[in-house]
Design a protein around this ligand. Structure first.
Ligand SMILES: [Zn+2]
Length: 292
C-alpha cells in the first residue's frame, strides 16, 4: 500500500505476511460456487489467485502519524508466540523491518489500537523478555474496548480456545503493566480518532475512524476479510463470534460509506488495500482500490 494522506495525517502499512492464503470454499461456510463465479469479474484482480484457487490476503498493521501522535492500529500475530498452523508462518522480522524503515522506533509509539482481541490483531502487543511477556512499545497506551476485553477475559477463565493463549500472552500483560486504556464506544482521541462499534466477528469489534481537515479514513479491522463480502454481505467466516451480528454490522457499515469519499482500510485486503465502496443493489456493494 502506498502512503495514504488524510489532511494532516499519514497512514502507512507494515506487513507481516501477504499472498495466497485460503480457498474461498473453505474460508466461507456459506460459499456458493455459482455466486462466486458470478462475482469474480467484478472483483479487483489482486484479490484472488485463480491459478492456485486461493484468496489473496494480507496481515498488516497501519501506522497512523498525526501532528501529535504515532499510532499503530492492529498488531498482526507477533513473534515467539508458539501458535499452531496457519498462524506459525515464518519471516515475521519483515514486520519489524518495515516499521523501522518508516523511521519509527518501538519507543516512539504513543498509542496502539486493537480493533478486536484476536490472535492476528494483538501479536506485537507483547514481546518475550527473560521468559515473560512484556509490552513491546514501552511508552504506548494500548486502547482496548472494555467489553471486548471483558468477553475474552471470561472465555480465558473458562479455558476456552479462542482465546487460547492470546488473552494471557497478548492482552493481560498490557493491563498488568498499567499501559491499557479500557474504553467505551464513545472514546475519542483528540479530534482525530473515534470508534464505530461493528460487533459480530468478535463480541465488541470496533472500526477506527480517522479524521483530518474534512477527510476521513476508516480502519475496518475484520468487519470483512475479503472484497467478496461486499458482493455477498451474508458470507461470514467460520471464526465469526456471531454470524447474524457480523452480517448486520457489515450491511449497515457498507451502506453508511457507500458512494462517499471515505477511504476504507480493511486489515486483510490485499495490496493496494485502501479503497472506496460503491453500491449497486440492495445489500450489494463493490470494493474498488484507490489507485491514484
Ligand atoms: Zn484478522
Amino acid at each position: 500500500m502506498r502512503q495514504v494522506k488524510i489532511g494532516d495525517i499519514t497512514i502507512d502499512a507494515v506487513i507481516e505476511r501477504e499472498g495466497p492464503w485460503r480457498r474461498p470454499e473453505v474460508f466461507f461456510p456459506m460459499f456458493d460456487q455459482a455466486k462466486w463465479d458470478s462475482h469474480l469479474a467484478s472483483l479487483e484482480p489482486e484479490v484472488f489467485d485463480a491459478a492456485l484457487g486461493m484468496l489473496v490476503m494480507t496481515y498488516q498493521t497501519f501506522v497512523v502519524r498525526t501532528p501529535k501522535h504515532t499510532i499503530l492500529v492492529d498488531t498482526c500475530t507477533g513473534e515467539d508466540k508458539g501458535h499452531p498452523a496457519p498462524f506459525d508462518f515464518p519471516g515475521k522480522e519483515r514486520w519489524r523491518n518495515e516499521l523501522f524503515a518508516l523511521g519509527v522506533s518501538f519507543e516512539q509509539i504513543d498509542y496502539v489500537f486493537c480493533t478486536h482481541l484476536h490472535i492476528d490483531h494483538t501479536g506485537w502487543n507483547t514481546t518475550l523478555k527473560d521468559g515473560r511477556w512484556v509490552p513491546t512499545f514501552p511508552n504506548a497506551k494500548y486502547i482496548f474496548h472494555k467489553k471486548e476485553y471483558a468477553a475474552w477475559e471470561a472465555e480465558h477463565k473458562k479455558g476456552n480456545n479462542p482465546p487460547g493463549t492470546v488473552f494471557r500472552d497478548n492482552c493481560l500483560p498490557i493491563v498488568e503493566a498499567g499501559q491499557a486504556l479500557l474504553v467505551d464506544d464513545d472514546y475519542q482521541l483528540d479530534d482525530t480518532i473515534t470508534l464505530t462499534p461493528t460487533p459480530g466477528h468478535s463480541p465488541h469489534h470496533c472500526c477506527v475512524n480517522i479524521f483530518s481537515r474534512g477527510q476521513k479514513a476508516i480502519v475496518t479491522g475484520d468487519m470483512m476479510h475479503h472484497p467478496i463480502q461486499c458482493r455477498e454481505t451474508s458470507w461470514c467466516i467460520g471464526a465469526d463470534w456471531n454470524m447474524e451480528q457480523s452480517t448486520a454490522s457489515r450491511r449497515s457499515f457498507l451502506a453508511s460509506v457507500a458512494d462517499t469519499p471515505t477511504l476504507i482500510m480493511p486489515i486483510h485486503f490485499a495490496a493496494p488495500t485502501v479503497g472506496l465502496v460503491t453500491s449497486d443493489g440492495p445489500d450489494r456493494f463493490n470494493y474498488r482500490f484507490k489507485r491514484d
